[in-house]
Design a binder for this molecule. Structure first.
Ligand code: GLA
Length: 375
């Protein structure tokens, strides 16, 4: 165990202009862990990943939740650009998926059922008539087996076996997720899965970002560019009609960078805001840049790279002040946003969408990277 706390010391130098002095800050690049509680009789840990640049990301093996990402703004002030809590007990109060891994099926499955082969599979209707984010106890609420192959590297491997029939889905699904904090401030998430029966699989991460580092500010002044000429319009329960609609001339046009607040009031639906899947322009499953989020006040910029065909852009429309962020401020509507890389919602019931069915013998493999910089 002691090995965990003996991560090799790498010196990173941060120069402070104040007091005419140059101070040297020492941080341990690598991965360490601490006990964080217990769920379902299993030990839960909080892992700290530190890179050579001094960025620090904390991740729990409960739900694979990314709880914080501390990084400097343009003035060198460090704060977390993602929302979260310091204690496990708050996550057990079932916040809306803050930072969590989502599966077996990220996003919605219409009427909480799908047909595969000759069988109809029934899921929990946990979001109106639909099934959302894997059901009542999705991958965000289970304890994952965690390993750190090398404590001098900032990387964490999580494994979970979702049993045949769990939450109504067919097949034993063997899932591995590798989180890596790269030295150039990328949070890379690599998902792999295999099954012994055909099953839908759509894995994502539900981190909420606020690049200002404080949810005292909304995200309405952030700018976002999304490389998508089309999006999937939805019914009032957020199930796509099946149409791929042009963003041109609509509030969904982010093909060039635009402030999130600019057209948000014209987005149809209640509560106000974006909660839509964008059809990324990329033509294949290679890792490509698909979105850029910027905040001019902090100078922070976040680029999203993915192998996936879709991006659920969600502006925290359901945040209602019930939870308090680790900066002490309430999480109110539009104080944070998600960019969930994924296949399209309701794909198992939508023959026109790219398939999400994983067959035995195939390997599900997707990669997403959130790359942070400061200007
Ligand atoms: C996803 C959904 C939203 C909402 C959030 C959690 O982003 O698309 O509608 O359910 O999760 O609140």
């Amino acid at each position: 165990m002691a090995k965990w706390f003996n991560a090799a010391l790498v010196i990173s130098t941060v120069a402070f202009a104040s007091c005419n002095q140059t101070q040297t800050e020492t941080s341990a690049a690598g991965t360490s862990k601490k006990d964080w509680g217990e769920v379902d009789g299993k030990q839960v840990y909080l892992y700290t990943l530190t890179n050579k640049a001094g960025d620090v990301v904390t991740i729990s093996n409960y739900g694979g939740i990314v709880t914080s990402w501390a990084s400097p703004d343009k003035s060198g002030n460090k704060s977390s650009i993602i929302i979260g809590f310091d204690s496990l007990s708050t996550y057990l109060q079932q916040p809306p998926y803050f930072g969590a891994l989502i599966g077996r099926y990220g996003n919605r499955i219409g009427k909480a059922e799908f047909k595969l082969g000759d069988s109809v599979y029934h899921l929990a209707a946990n979001n109106g008539p639909n099934s959302l984010h894997g059901g009542l106890k999705g991958f965000d609420k289970v304890v994952w087996d965690a390993t750190v192959a090398d404590s001098t590297q900032s990387s964490l491997t999580l494994k979970y076996v979702s049993k045949d029939g769990e939450e109504g889905y067919p097949g034993n699904l063997d899932v591995t997720v590798v989180y890596t904090l790269t030295d150039d401030n990328g949070l890379k998430i690599e998902y792999t899965a295999t099954t012994d029966k055909a099953t839908p699989v759509n894995l994502t991460n539900h981190t909420y970002f606020n690049l200002t580092g404080s949810v005292a500010n909304t995200i309405l002044d952030h700018s976002i560019q999304i490389d998508a000429d089309k999006y999937t319009p939805v019914d009032p329960t957020l199930i796509p009609s099946g149409e791929l609609k042009d963003v041109k001339g609509t509030p969904f046009d982010f093909t060039t960078a635009k402030k999130i607040g600019q057209d948000i009031a014209s987005v149809p639906g209640e509560p106000v805001g974006y909660d839509h899947n964008f059809v990324l322009n990329k033509k294949d499953a290679s890792l490509q840049k698909v979105a850029t989020l910027t905040d001019s006040v902090s100078g922070r910029q976040l680029e999203v790279y993915t192998t996936e065909p879709g991006l659920q852009f969600y502006t925290g429309n359901f945040l209602d002040g019930k939870f308090t962020n680790h900066d002490g401020n309430p999480l109110l509507i539009h104080t944070a946003l998600c960019m969930e890389t994924q296949h399209f919602p309701d794909s198992p019931n939508q023959p026109g969408f790219p398939s999400t069915i994983l067959q035995p013998g195939q390997t599900y493999h997707t990669v997403t990277e959130y790359k942070l910089s400061v200007k």
